[in-house]
Design a protein around this ligand. Structure first.
Ligand SMILES: NC(=O)c1ccc[n+]([C@@H]2O[C@H](COP(=O)([O-])OP(=O)(O)OC[C@H]3O[C@@H](n4cnc5c(N)ncnc54)[C@H](OP(=O)(O)O)[C@@H]3O)[C@@H](O)[C@H]2O)c1
Length: 200
């Protein structure tokens, strides 16, 4: 079970970061209650809030880890500098940053995670659906009797051993298809072609 804390939500598409340690603790307690758990396996800090010190935010999560409420701590949408700073406070097992075939702005963070055996969880792995009917992916998908979404996920899985894609879906058929993407052995040549797709 993995979840995140550190945002308030005022309405659709309205998110405000809040790293007040008391609020982070409240969110963990609320998650434990609503999920019916005695601990959360992976608790990720959604964003580092510049209004509070990193020590206060990560320190509160580390306290809850010592109390047995959290097993592992992860971060989301961070730079290498922020990741290294957090690592000085407590072990960080994962980073959840935006990353997909056509959005690779955080390549440096992925490389750092790879070198340091930290899980990299790319959010928007299907570029919010833009990759599900991409023509270049469709062409390659035909060779593997696969779908474009599966090829986009297979590319991520081949890109690095530390990548754990989290495609979002409202369809059980898509869940099954997305999980099956792990069985696609993308050739090096097709991986290279896809790696040259233009990015933002
Ligand atoms: N850390 C952060 O700050 C952050 C921010 C945003 C999002 N996230 C996380 O990122 C994850 C993914 O985000 P997302 O769902 O917005 O983007 P996404 O995974 O890139 O794309 C989801 C879209 O792809 C479609 N899709 C999924 N599987 C498909 C398939 N096999 N065939 C065809 N279409 C398919 C879905 O439609 P259907 O419903 O029809 O399948 C949906 O429209 C979520 O877990 C979310 O919580 C994290």
């Amino acid at each position: 079970m993995a979840t995140k804390v550190g945002f308030t939500r005022q309405g659709p598409s309205e998110w405000t970061e809040l790293g007040n340690p008391a609020y982070l603790r409240q969110q963990v307690e609320e998650n434990l209650f609503s999920l019916g758990l005695d601990h959360i396996d992976l608790l990720q800090l959604h964003r580092i809030d510049a209004n509070y010190s990193l020590e206060d935010q990560i320190g509160e999560l580390a306290k809850m880890q010592q109390e047995g409420k959290i097993k592992h701590i992860g971060l989301s949408q961070v730079s290498i500098y922020q990741l290294k700073s957090a690592q000085k406070i407590t072990p960080i097992v994962s980073v959840q940053n935006r990353y997909n075939l056509i959005d690779r702005a955080d390549e440096d963070v992925l490389n750092y995670a790879d070198e340091n055996h930290i899980a990299f969880i790319p959010w928007f792995p299907l570029a919010t659906g833009k990759l599900t009917d991409d023509s270049q992916l469709t062409t390659i998908a035909k060779k593997y009797d696969a779908t474009p979404s599966q090829i986009a996920l297979a590319w991520l899985l081949k890109r690095s051993e530390v990548i754990l894609p989290i495609p979002g879906t409202s369809s059980s058929e898509h869940v099954i298809s997305n999980v099956a993407a792990q069985n696609i052995a993308l050739s090096d040549a097709d991986f290279d072609v896809l790696s040259k797709m233009s990015t933002k």
